[in-house]
Design a protein around this ligand. Structure first.
Ligand code: GLN
Length: 456
């Protein structure tokens, strides 16, 4: 723990951490030592790890990257955090993310990084002029730069997979409902899932096994399925594994450097005994408009709780209750969050609900059906995580639509609730890492991790 705290301190310029508290961390580490000495160690006893600042934690501030929650202290730990602690994980601190997990570059974080007085976009350790991806950008940087052996992330439309790909690490989002959402600041509840980000599929398997599991009393969408040991089949043979390649993932938008790295990875899989099967996911393009209706709709509802009464920020000067609400929200939310609240409120409003929200829900179901068809022909699906390698900081900052479009390959699995992961498979333009996305059928996490582990 001391080693990683020291590294986190020395590399504050990477802007990965938004909270550290060495006293808290070292006390947890001593408690872990004591349990090891007493012979009561958990499976992950003493392993240090940092959490995306979208999880609430008792021992560290929890901001969700927003001014709205600056200085907020939760009276409880998120279930994911608590489950990892039960296995002996020691918390190094909290990691930067886009405000309320809305973004693809961690450029809309509104709270200062550790060692800085102002908000900072985490820097990609492979090229500091580039973004780390988002929304779990701090998590990806911390792992890639070895400021933590592993980190938690959350993925609503790609926020584990895309930053993992941009920073050359491994990350997995489980089947929707596997990981409890309790204590994860809600963005879009029907899509939000937690998962680990680490150096290898093996590390991810150990962490995923610890953080998943039913939480039926606290999360109404938690699945009633016992926790699994996702590392049980890491070394299984890939002989005869059918890997589906959706042609829609290899169209015009895909940059040639990324394509070349993905093609080479697929060759490696063939060498390992897998069979490449062409499949089709015909509604891939529709995933963008569908997601950018459903996610903002849910966000506009979820964020209504930030009214200046119950949590965090409250405007100082106001004339009456309504004025207090307005000023609090105008001051507390950043531009991207406001944009999504407006879109969400619009698509849910009377007269537009049927035209936008209801239509989007119907197409969402069709996207899931496309996957169901594809999985009759293959065991897992492979493709790129993102159309390009990490872009330059600022490049898409003023063009929200450009960054929405770059989510095209991660959104479909999210809308269908399927497990998906990213593993580093090569490099592209500027020597930047390229991630391969593997999408599994429902509850197919062990298979995904097995395929990733054999590659690594
Ligand atoms: N980039 C997507 C968005 O901005 C996904 C973010 C996420 O998965 N949390 O909504």
């Amino acid at each position: 723990a001391r080693h990683f705290l020291d590294r986190a301190n020395r590399h504050q310029d990477l802007a990965a951490y938004v909270a550290i508290d060495p006293e808290v961390t070292l006390a947890q580490a001593r408690a872990a030592d004591a349990r090891i000495a007493a012979g009561t160690a958990g499976r992950l006893e003493g392993v240090p790890m940092a959490h995306k600042d979208i999880f609430v934690t008792r021992d560290f501030p929890s901001t969700a990257g927003s001014k709205m929650l600056a200085g907020y202290r939760s009276p409880f730990d998120a279930t994911v955090v608590a489950k990892l602690a039960e296995q002996g994980i020691v918390t190094l601190g909290k990691l930067s993310c886009d405000e309320f997990a809305m973004g693809s570059a961690n450029e809309s974080v509104a709270v200062p990084a550790v060692g800085s007085a102002t908000p900072q976009t985490p820097k990609n350790p492979w090229d500091r002029a580039r973004v780390a991806g988002g929304s779990s950008g701090g998590s990806a940087v911390a792992v890639a730069a070895r400021l933590a052996p592993a980190a938690t992330g959350t993925d609503t439309g790609g926020s584990i997979r895309q930053p993992a790909a941009f920073c050359g690490i491994t990350g997995i989002k489980p089947t929707y409902g596997r990981a409890s959402r309790y204590g994860m600041v809600a963005y879009a509840s029907s899509l939000d899932q937690a998962g680990p980000m680490a150096r290898s599929a093996e590390d991810c398997a150990l962490l995923l096994s610890a953080l998943c599991g039913p939480d039926l009393d606290r999360d109404s969408t938690s699945l009633d399925r016992p926790a699994e040991d996702f590392s049980r089949s890491l070394n299984d043979s890939l002989e005869g594994l059918r890997i589906g390649i959706p042609k829609e993932f290899f169209g015009e938008g895909l940059q040639p450097d990324v394509r070349a790295a993905i093609d080479a990875a697929l060759k490696t899989y063939e060498g390992l005994g897998a069979k490449i099967v062409p499949v089709t996911l015909p509604r891939t393009e529709l995933a963008i408009p569908v997601y950018y209706i459903i996610a903002p709709a849910e966000a506009s509802s979820n964020l209504s709780r930030f009214d200046g009464v119950k949590f965090g920020h409250r405007a100082e000067h106001y004339t009456d209750l309504l004025d207090m609400y307005k000023k609090t929200r105008a001051e507390g939310f950043g531009d991207e969050v406001k944009r999504r609240i407006m879109i969400g409120t619009y698509v849910l409003s009377h007269g537009y609900y049927d035209a936008y929200y209801l239509q989007a829900q119907k197409i969402r179901r069709m996207i899931a059906d496309d996957f169901r068809n594809a999985f009759t022909q293959c065991d897992l699906i492979a493709g790129p995580v993102a159309p390009s390698v990490a872009w330059k900081i600022g490049e898409k900052a003023d063009d929200p639509v450009a960054s929405y479009l770059a989510d095209i390959f991660t959104l479909p699995a999210s809308l269908a609730g399927l497990p998906g992961m990213s593993l580093p498979v090569g490099s592209g333009e500027g020597g930047m890492p390229v991630g391969l996305q593997l999408i599994g059928n429902y509850f197919g996490e062990a298979r995904l991790l097995n395929a990733a582990h054999r590659f690594q």
